[in-house]
Design a protein around this ligand. Structure first.
Ligand SMILES: [Ca+2]
Ligand SMILES: [Ca+2]
Ligand SMILES: [Ca+2]
Length: 299
């Protein structure tokens, strides 16, 4: 199994709580016990670059229960962010990370999924890096199975390659059809598959025509919802999204999803909050969806 799962000892957790300094920033979204919020976030080279403010990154992440991360460059930095989350939320956080960093060149990224352990368990019986036989993906998708309350589900996280003509992104989007179907077939009793990530492609793009042939599949973020910040700090591209199949997951989906424009409040004193967010946090904003976890999950 090509997954690493990290458990920190009770002693180190206790010390984290004892050392913990309360964050001076309020968590900007509270979740009830009936739902969880699952997010996808491209963190813009987490672990590289002197400008990034890890405390701010942790504050953004603390609004969610489970977050699929792209562009994780350093597991050490991810661990730091996890520890910050544990300190500021007073709840133990953990992560699952791809067993290797992915990419054809010297530029490589990890995928990781961070989660609050009081609401979510990682089911380590399955998951890993997609077997990219023939090398079709620059960064082959990563998948892992979780259980939150009664809701069990598999997250597939993807960060597509980029080219200006969209040829590469469209090719990778088409290939995700097979990935989705194969991951869904692994377990005949489990059908809640959540595909999320930075696809470098709007959900309205023709590159998704193949994925859209999967019965009842839909994206939860409208294809025009912008999720990236340009070099001038304005909203730009509709690249990030979340896909589910209605027939299996609509029962849990709580009809609430959006992009998180957190920076208006976080950097409200800045003359250009978007630019500040781009520098200190990421050039993407998280996208998220709420799911009910208090009902029987039959599939
Ligand atoms: Ca590959
Ligand atoms: Ca399920
Ligand atoms: Ca279900």
């Amino acid at each position: 199994m090509n997954v690493k799962f990290n458990i920190i000892s009770v002693v180190s957790v206790l010390s984290l709580f004892l050392l913990g300094s309360a964050s001076d920033e309020l968590l900007h979204q509270e979740t009830s016990g009936h739902t969880i919020t699952i997010a996808s976030f491209n963190t813009l080279r987490l672990g590289r670059g002197a400008h990034k403010d890890l405390g701010k990154v942790a504050t953004v992440l603390s609004a969610y229960d489970v977050i699929a991360l792209q562009e994780v460059m350093s597991e050490d930095t991810l661990r730091k962010v996890r520890d910050m989350l544990t300190r500021t939320t007073h709840v133990l956080w953990e992560y699952v990370i791809s067993a290797r960093s992915l990419g054809r060149t010297t530029y490589k990224e990890y995928y990781a999924i961070l989660f609050r352990t009081d609401r979510t368990m990682y089911t380590d019986t399955s998951g890993g890096i997609w077997d990219d036989e023939g090398d079709h993906f620059e960064r082959e998708p990563f998948y892992a199975t979780f259980k939150s309350g009664n809701f069990d589900y598999t997250i597939i996280v993807m960060h597509s390659d980029f080219d200006n003509s969209k040829k590469v992104m469209r090719k990778e989007a088409r290939l995700l059809t097979k990935v989705f179907q194969r991951v869904a077939k692994r377990d005949s009793l489990e059908h809640d598959i959540i595909l999320m990530g930075d696809f470098n492609l709007s959900a309205d793009d023709e590159g998704w025509d193949s994925l859209k042939t999967i019965p009842t599949i839909r994206h939860l973020i409208p294809g025009r919802t912008q999720t990236t910040l340009s070099t001038s700090g304005g909203l730009s591209k509709a690249y990030d999204n979340i896909w589910i199949r209605n027939q299996f997951t609509n029962h849990e989906y709580a009809d609430t999803a959006n992009a998180d424009y957190y920076y208006h409040s976080m950097f409200s004193r800045s003359s250009n909050p978007g630019l500040e967010a781009r520098k200190k946090v990421s050039d993407h904003v998280p996208v998220w969806a709420k799911f009910r976890v208090d009902q029987p999950d039959d599939d």
